[in-house]
Design a protein around this ligand. Structure first.
Ligand code: ACO
Length: 336
């Protein structure tokens, strides 16, 4: 029994905002953003879009790949919906997964969200695989975020970093081996957390710790606070440790891995990790220049672009690695 990704998809909103566009209203520049992050542009959702709208489009894109022209029919074969998100449509409930279930008319499927910030898609894949061990066969696994609606647009240290997107993968339980020669699909996952760093990256207001009060006037909407330097240091360490752990536990080296599909938070984090690991930057599939940091969506969007590039072949061993608020970190090893 193996858990294989049989289709992928993604969606980005149509409105593309370049660094130069941002520099018209924010005290920043294309030069600063590119040199400090590698970001060139981001896509920003429209006022009337919510996270589930992006998630549904990404799911349809994956279902269309699975069954061209029959995406809504293919949706009926889904037994489980897992959505990694940090920016759900609603506070607490309903989950984005339930909204996706209704919009795609998926019948008889369990649906829930995973909250692990930018590691969410990696966590979600492993959660879905675990839950397919029962009598379920197919899971729709989505990473979706609309961070630009929870961004402090007066804080140039964070607002230039984020964009909106969703990515999806359809995970299926197959008869292929999960271990030994010829093993396929999701073969190993590392999951980690460091709650001691929670205050370095958080949305402080609006939860039960500090709820909005009746009559209160807000000077800012709910927004992301980040201690950039602290998160940077954590990210480089967690990122390299996760990669090394996956290699060690699997008993393989970088030579065995075709590509690493990482969370796209900052090109400098990837460069620092590549130096530490003594590997080429080319080992990483990057698209941060186009989309910026879309949190839960970066890995599935990159995975879909990589899969559709023609360079990812059946049998290739790849790795995903994420890190983010919580703090969390995680990685998967996948035989495509
Ligand atoms: N444009 C121009 N100047 C800026 C900007 C900007 N957008 N932002 C900050 N600056 C200035 C600062 O004011 C500061 O100026 P000063 O020296 O005069 O005080 C200078 O640039 C340096 O600022 P730093 O914050 O020290 O910049 P740094 O090199 O640390 O880069 C960054 C900041 C890009 C945020 C980096 O710390 C980083 O990438 N951190 C990790 C972020 C991350 O990976 N997050 C992932 C998780 S996201 C999630 O989970 C939702």
């Amino acid at each position: 029994m193996a858990f294989e990704i049989i289709a992928t998809g993604h969606y980005v909103p149509s409105r593309r905002v370049t660094n130069d566009d941002l520099a018209q209203t924010i005290d920043t520049s294309d030069e600063w953003i590119r040199s400090h992050t590698g970001i060139g542009s981001r896509h920003i959702a429209s006022e009337d879009q919510a996270t589930s709208d992006l998630a549904v489009e990404a799911a349809l894109n994956a279902l269309e790949q699975l069954a061209p022209g029959k995406a809504m029919e293919a949706a009926k074969t889904i037994d489980l919906i897992v959505v990694g998100t940090s920016s759900p449509d609603y506070y607490g409930f309903p989950s984005v997964a339930c909204i996706v279930q209704e919009k795609l008319k998926i019948e008889n499927a369990g649906a829930f969200d995973v909250v692990a910030a930018c590691s969410g898609f990696v966590y979600s894949l492993d959660a879905a695989a675990g839950m397919l061990r029962g009598n379920r066969k197919r899971a729709l696994v989505i990473g979706a975020d609309l961070l630009t609606k929870i961004t402090d647009w007066s804080d140039r240290g964070t607002c230039v970093l984020f964009g909106d997107a969703a990515g999806a993968a359809i995970l299926e339980k197959t008869d292929a081996p999960e271990e030994g020669p010829g093993k396929r699909g999701l073969i190993r996952t590392v999951l980690g957390s460091e709650g001691s760093g929670a205050s370095e990256l958080l949305c402080a207001r609006g939860g039960t710790r500090d709820p909005f009060k009746a009559g209160e006037t807000l000077d800012k909407p709910i927004h992301i606070y980040m201690n950039g330097q602290a998160v940077y240091n954590f990210a480089v360490r967690a990122f390299t440790d996760t990669i090394e752990r996956l290699l060690e536990e699997e008993g393989i080296t970088f030579k065995d891995v075709k590509k690493i599909v990482p969370h796209q938070a900052n090109m400098r984090i990837i460069r620092a990790a590549a130096r530490r690991l003594k590997i080429s930057e080319d080992k990483f599939f990057m698209n941060i220049e186009k989309y910026a940091n879309t949190s839960n969506a970066t890995i599935p969007v990159a995975l879909d672009e990589y899969a559709r590039s023609g360079d990812l072949n059946r049998g290739d061993l790849i790795m995903t690695v994420g890190f983010g608020g919580g703090l969390t970190y995680a990685g998967n090893l996948i035989v495509w």
